[in-house]
Each structure stands twice: as C-alpha cells, then as structure tokens.
Design a protein around this ligand. Structure first.
Ligand code: C2E
Ligand code: CA
Ligand code: CA
Ligand code: CA
Length: 278
C-alpha cells in the first residue's frame, strides 16, 4: 500500500474506491448495452493490393455510451469476456453483420465478403455453428461471403474440441481467418490441421517496413509461408503508401488500414464503396 505520511493513505484508498465504483457502473452499463441498443458495427474495407478493388470489409464493434461517448472495443471486450457477456454480444454482432450485408446486397452493392471477429472464448460455445447457419439462411447469404476471424492464441492449438469446432464452421462454407498472426505465442503446428483460408499479419510487424531490415525479413517469411500453404494473406494497419508499395511487391494479396479508410458507420461505408473506382 502506498503511504506518503499523513493523509496519503487516506487519499489513495479514496481513489481506489472511486475507481472500483467507476468499474462497477461500467459493468452495469455493459449489461444493459444490448437492450438499450448502444452497440453499432463499423466497417473497414479490405482491398485487393494489385487491383485496389474492394474485397470486403471487417465488422468492428463500437459502444456508444450514453454519457461517456464512444468506448473502444479494446476496453470493453475484455470486460465483457470477464463478465460472461461476450457470447450474447457476439451473437448480436453475427446477426447485425449478416443483416447489414443482406441490406447492402439489396441496395445493389457488389458482392463483398464480411469478416466477423470471434474471440477464442466464444468458440467454447458450440451454438455458434447453429447461429451462423441460421443467419446465413435467414438473410439468404452465400456462406462464402462470410469470414470468421479468430485471434491467434494458445487456445487454438491442438485441442480436439477446437479442431472439431473449426471444421464444423468450415463445413458451413464460410472462410476462416487467423487474426493477429505472429502475436499468439503458439507453435505453427496448428496450421497443418486447421482449415484456415486467410492469414492476417499483425500491424506490429508492418509499422516500420520497408525501412526496418528485421521487420522486412519477418514479413517476407510470413508471406512466403502463407502462400505455400494456400492462405490468402492480409496486411493489417497499413497507413502509408511506401508500406503498400512494398507489400504489393511481395505479392501480399489484401491490404487493410487507414491508408484506404478508417472503420466507417454502415452508411458511410456504402458511400465509400460506391465512390471507389472498381
Ligand atoms: P482487430 O481484429 O485486430 O481489428 C483491427 C483493429 O485495428 C481495429 O481496432 C481497427 O480500427 C484498427 N486499425 C485498422 N487499420 C488501422 C491502421 O491503419 N492503423 C491503426 N493504428 N489501427 C488500425 P478496433 O476497432 O479498436 O478494434 C480493436 C480490437 O477489438 C479488434 O482488433 C478485435 O480484436 C476486437 N474487436 C472488435 N470488434 C469485435 C467483435 O465484434 N468481436 C470480438 N470478439 N472482438 C472484436
Ligand atoms: Ca480482426
Ligand atoms: Ca487483427
Ligand atoms: Ca491487431
């Protein structure tokens, strides 16, 4: 305990108390956020590097808190996970994403692939397979229009339950993507038995390309490996033209990042697609 004499301790405990109160109120707010319709999905384009045509978009969750404003998923997803709220939030994301994709199709947008993030914890619940199947049917989507992004983590290594679940998702006809590749401290052996279609190179490996020799070596190796495993390679977090040029030279197939666009609300995303040269 920090104690700098006199009423220092007192002050500190008050601060702690305030912080835990704040967290408690955030918890209560999060429990009601779905009901109160405070969640929204924003969409970030994924672009074919060579032609700069739009391949699809990633749905990214946003929480519009009535008093605190926009709260980042990096902040509330871990809390939701801890509170056991992620499964129901995750179900909302799948349904809302599919509904939006169907709406865009009705509006005449070209057929794009929608990527949905699913945390390893959500994969413990087999009902996700039924939900995906139902959403595809309800919104008359083609399963190949959906991509499920799963963060690379120890959780996806060889446990039989995981292997079966991923094969079951794959059997629906949706694509599976490894998110944040290179950050999960897992061995590469899972790449052999798991039915992935796509690999996303984490932004942390791309920040200093093409100038940093080590980063360049790592990115080259990842791309070569992904290509020989027939995985579509996506570079995430691309912000600058030199990064794009370099990734294009290495034949990295897809680029995602602020260079093209930040994640956008659905209406702005549709406008982006319609104004983008195709
Ligand atoms: P992620 O899946 O790796 O998503 C990419 C993150 O990088 C997004 O942050 C996106 O806004 C950001 N980003 C994209 N391009 C750039 C760029 O050029 N520069 C920089 N600096 N950042 C870029 P966001 O939206 O804050 O999401 C953070 C994380 O929260 C996501 O990382 C994902 O792990 C998680 N997340 C978001 N939505 C969902 C969801 O619906 N379900 C689950 N389970 N997790 C989600
Ligand atoms: Ca992702
Ligand atoms: Ca990622
Ligand atoms: Ca990331």
């Amino acid at each position: 305990v920090k104690q700098n004499g006199g009423n220092g301790y007192h002050f500190f405990s008050k601060e702690l108390e305030a912080r835990s109160k704040q967290r408690l109120s955030l918890e209560m707010d999060l429990r009601q956020a779905i009901e109160h319709q405070e969640f929204a999905l924003h969409y970030q384009p994924k672009v074919w590097t060579a032609t700069q045509q739009i391949m699809g978009m990633e749905a990214l969750l946003r929480w519009q808190h009535p008093k605190k404003g926009m709260i980042s998923p990096a902040e509330f997803i871990p809390l939701a996970e801890e509170l056991g709220l992620l499964p129901s939030i995750g179900r909302w994301v799948i349904i809302e994403g599919c509904r939006q994709l169907a709406r865009w199709q009705q509006q005449g947008l070209p057929p794009l692939k929608l990527s949905i993030n699913v945390s390893p914890q959500q994969l413990k619940d087999k009902s996700i397979i039924t939900l995906l199947g139902k959403a595809i049917e309800k919104f008359s989507l083609s399963p190949s229009q959906l991509v499920i992004e799963i963060t690379e983590s120890l959780a996806m290594e060889d446990s039989t339950a995981n292997v079966e679940l991923l094969h079951a998702i794959k059997a629906l006809g949706v694509d599976l993507s490894i998110d944040d590749f290179g950050t999960g401290y897992s061995s590469l052996s899972y790449l052999k038995h798991l039915p992935f279609d796509e690999l996303k190179i984490d932004r942390s490996f791309l920040i200093n390309i093409p100038n940093d020799r080590d980063e360049v070596a790592i990115v080259k190796a990842i791309i070569a490996m992904a290509q020989s495993l027939d995985l579509r390679v996506v570079a995430e977090g691309v912000e600058e033209a030199p990064q794009l040029e370099f990734l294009n030279k290495l034949q990295c197939e897809v680029i995602q990042g602020f260079y093209f666009s930040k994640p956008l609300p659905s209406k702005a995303f549709a406008e982006f697609v319609l104004s983008h040269k195709q």
